[in-house]
Design a protein around this ligand. Sequence first.
Ligand code: ZN
Length: 111
Amino acid sequence: MSLPECPKCGSEYVYEDQPLLICPECAHEWNPNEEVVDEDAIILKDSNGNLLAEGDKVTLIKDLKVKGSSQVLKVGTKATIKRFVDGDHDIDCKVDGAGDMMLKSQFVKKA
Ligand SMILES: [Zn+2]
């Protein structure tokens, strides 16, 4: 069995130390059987701990003031998640009666 090159520095002097592969040149260690996790994937949960997905319909669990206006989104207002965003307000939603808005996943629950 031939060992792969080091994914970090490309060294071919990788050796095996079960269950890991180790690179002597840059000291990188990794498990070749482990799935590579996409660290960019955003995993969001609603207020009940249910996983959210883009396209999910959610309802607000509390009244939310709309930044920069006097509008208040009432508890129970329905919204559809358009996409996840990496940030404080982590879901970009289409809110019934209010249009597109950034919300926080902890203030919604799956409808
Ligand atoms: Zn290396």
